[in-house]
Structures are given as C-alpha cells and as structure tokens.
Design a protein around this ligand. Structure first.
Ligand code: PRP
Ligand code: XAN
Ligand code: MG
Length: 167
C-alpha cells in the first residue's frame, strides 16, 4: 500500500532464532488461558503462522490445532486481506480459550480480518511492528515499521564475499 514506509532495513531470522522466539512466546502464554490457565485450541494463520503454532502447541501440549488461511501479500506488495479457508467454527466458536498464532503483525490488517471471525480469541505473534501492535495480545520482539523481516523458509545459505576482496 502506497502510504506505508518503504522497507529500508532487513531483520534476518534463522530457524534456530525462530525456534527460540516461538518457545519464548509459548513460555509467556502458558497458564494465561481462561480455563484454569489452559488453552483449548490453537489456530495458525497460514502460512507464516504454521511453524510458530506447531512449536507453541508442542510446548503447551495442545492437540487441537486448526488453520485460517489469509492471503494479503504478494512478496512485499500488500493487497486487501481475504480469508480463503476458515477454521472449524464448531471447534473454535467465538474464540474463547483459543490461541491464534501468526509469525508477525505488520499493518495489522490480517489480524483485523481474523479477529472478526473469533472475537474472543487471544492473538499472539512472534514479531510485531508498531502499526500492528494494537491488534496483538502477546508478542516477543518488536522491530521498526521500515524493517522487512526475512523468515528462514524464504532464505537459503549462500556464499558472501569478504569485506576486503580480490576483485
Ligand atoms: O499485519 P499485516 O500487514 O496484515 O501483515 C502480516 C501478515 O503478512 C504475512 O502473511 P502473508 O499474507 O504474506 O502470507 P503468508 O503467511 O502465506 O506468507 C505474515 O505472515 C502475516 O500473516
Ligand atoms: O516475510 C515477511 N516479512 C515482513 O516483514 C512482512 N510484513 C508483512 N508480511 C511480511 N512477510
Ligand atoms: Mg501470513
């Protein structure tokens, strides 16, 4: 969207870092559910929320896992978010006791759409940018709005030229 800052900085996240940060998120969420501290189910926002949701579900021993599919970005270009697959509403209900997990919140548009489906759910992301923070109940690390977060599934190891080179 044209009124957004360009992404001038990059924050590169390795699998190891993602695992640690998703575990930290689980640690923060444990005991916070409405039913004696327990959470009933996890809903991952695909696709980026799936890896963190798996880690949170494993740490908190939650076996009921569903997904909601929202398409809003094509590479770094944002369009109107669309729900292209809903979770099982018989399982999630109004969202009470449900953890919605995503990798990050940026503008908050995706979470706005997801919250409308499950207004009483608790929304948690691993990373957050300032514009989207009001949409998130719990997150681990904040980065500035002009930072693009690069996730391990979008990267590959490659050769890097030395600072002082032979060319
Ligand atoms: O707060 P927002 O500005 O709405 O942006 C955040 C959303 O954008 C990315 O998903 P994307 O739509 O790129 O799909 P993906 O998870 O399948 O990569 C990211 O995983 C969040 O779900
Ligand atoms: O990989 C991503 N990194 C980001 O910073 C971002 N913001 C919205 N959607 C995003 N996807
Ligand atoms: Mg996503």
């Amino acid at each position: 969207m044209s009124d957004l800052l360009p992404h001038e900085k990059g924050f590169h996240v390795s699998w190891d870092q993602l695992h640690r940060d998703a575990r930290a998120l689980a640690w923060r969420l444990q005991g916070q559910g409405p039913d004696a501290g327990a959470w009933r189910a996890v809903v991952a926002i695909t696709r980026g929320g799936m890896a963190p949701a798996m880690i949170v579900a494993r740490e908190l021993d939650i076996r009921m896992v569903d997904t909601i599919s929202v398409k809003s970005y094509n590479h770094q270009t944002q369009s109107e978010p669309r729900v292209i697959k809903s979770p099982d509403m018989e399982v999630v209900g109004d969202g009470t006791g449900v953890l919605i997990i995503d990798d990050l919140v940026d503008t908050g548009r995706t979470l706005e759409v997801v919250r409308a489906h499950m207004p009483k759910a608790h929304v948690a992301t691993v990373y957050a940018k300032p514009m989207g923070r009001p949409q998130v109940d719990t997150f681990i690390t904040e980065v500035s709005q002009d930072t693009w977060i690069f996730f391990p599934w979008d990267m590959a190891l490659q050769y890097v030229k030395p600072y002082r080179g032979q060319d």
